[in-house]
Design a protein around this ligand. Sequence first.
Ligand code: AMP
Length: 188
Amino acid sequence: MNLILFGPPAAGKGTQAKRLVDGRGMVQLSTGDMLRAAIASGSELGERVKGIIQRGDLVSDEIVIALIEERLPEAESAGGAIFDGFPRTVAQAEALDAMLKARGGQIDVVVRLKVNETELLERIAKRFADQGRPDDNPESYAVRLKAYNDQTAPLLPYYQTQGKLVEVDGMGAMDAVAAEIDQALKHA
Ligand code: AMP
């Protein structure tokens, strides 16, 4: 099964992805984690994306599509992928569909974690204080949220018309959200 965890930054996608990895042996494909690893390693790619990420802008479709493509065989062997933070644009979603189709696969379900903006701002302030991730600062987060609203939210109708979209209340405690996701996946 291939699943997309969908939602704005700080909606809880990473947390829920890790739980699904532990519970189901699926592979988490987080483009944000891959890009942060590239920055940490000091690679040429890392140097190229560092400033963009720090500002809160999206990196190019070409870069993230290539990162995902590289990891698809591993996800297939594991029995499925959890896409976390990808796709973020319509071009990425179309490329993902094409890559999966070429390998005889597809996206089975898109789980949207719904969290209101007040709660998101509270979570991000706490995460910034706890972890100090550079792009969690208030200015960068505002840019990230705008990128989500302008470029990523338009994917919702894309998946809804395909009948793949399931909405989950992401406002509750982690375990309550997890239980709702499990319920949604039973019907996927
Ligand atoms: P995330 O950890 O998913 O919030 O990603 C952190 C940052 O990495 C984002 O704010 C973007 O700058 C970049 N990024 C991650 N995934 C993507 C993507 N699918 N498309 C474009 N940029 C991305």
